[in-house]
Design a protein around this ligand. Structure first.
Ligand code: GLP
Length: 244
């Protein structure tokens, strides 16, 4: 695992976007799995910009959504679905056959998980994963206590995940009791993983992820085990690290 600290959110996002575009140039049939949320928002904008400016061929790209709030329709502006549609799929006019998101409205969420696991296997694994970190150290909706060998699953969300989510992403009250998510085994098997974080609110969880014990009680600590794992932060999120 390598830790890199950038001056601000802009330079962190520029760097993240440029890693993705470089990988896409090197491997046009790239399989990318990405988190939504406030952290990767600017990365998505810059990614679209760079792809257009450099006329990068993305016709063979496969996109996988990392997770979704169970029960939310894709039209809900706080859903991961809505985020990706407005930030990536529409701006890039991505062919629907190229993107795969959990159907959070399915009456068989386990079948959604199985479908996602099969897709990842069919693609011979994920080439690059871009994830954020939650206030309890979660990655995707892999909450504390999730096995490092988990595949896609439905997760019962902790109170902190529900309350932070409600405040951050939704204007109206919503039921956020469960999430559907790719698993930590998918992260471990990915060729490359970028964990991105910005802002002082993430400083304590970044310290624990990077310098704390590796434990399933703090899912992001799995980054320490990844041979090609990169933790990319701005100076504020890195403020509590011993070494920067
Ligand atoms: C959410 C999502 C994660 C996301 C994380 C951080 O609950 N389930 O996939 O990475 O929390 O989100 P943000 O980037 O908005 O801080």
């Amino acid at each position: 695992m390598t830790v890199s600290v950038f001056e601000n959110y802009q330079s962190l996002s520029e760097h993240t976007a440029s890693i993705i575009t470089t990988d896409l140039k090197n491997k046009p049939a790239l399989t990318i799995c990405m988190a939504s949320g406030s952290t990767p928002a600017l990365t998505c904008d810059l990614l679209v910009k760079k792809i257009k400016e450099d006329s990068i061929d993305y016709s063979a790209l496969t996109f996988i959504g990392l997770d979704e709030w169970a029960g939310l329709p894709p039209t809900n502006t706080g859903s991961c679905h809505y985020f990706f549609r407005t930030k990536l799929f529409e701006p890039l006019q991505l062919n629907p056959s190229q993107y795969h998101l959990f159907d959070a409205l399915s009456d068989n969420l386990q079948a959604e998980c199985d479908k996602m696991d099969r897709l990842i296997t069919d693609k011979s694994g994920i080439d690059i994963m871009i994830v954020g970190i939650g206030m309890n150290g979660h990655i995707g909706f892999n909450e504390p206590g999730t096995s490092f060998s988990s595949l896609s699953h439905v997760a019962i969300l902790e109170e902190i995940t529900r309350s932070v989510g409600q405040k951050k992403y939704f204007n109206e009250p919503v039921v956020l009791d469960k999430g559907i998510t790719t698993g930590l085994q998918h992260l471990m098997n990915a060729e490359k993983v970028l964990l991105i974080a910005n802002g002082g609110k993430k400083a304590a969880v970044i310290k624990q992820a990077v310098e704390g014990p590796v434990t399933e009680d703090f899912p992001a600590s799995i980054m320490q085990l990844h041979k090609n794992g990169f933790v990319l932060t701005d100076t504020e999120a890195a403020a509590l690290l011993n070494k920067q």
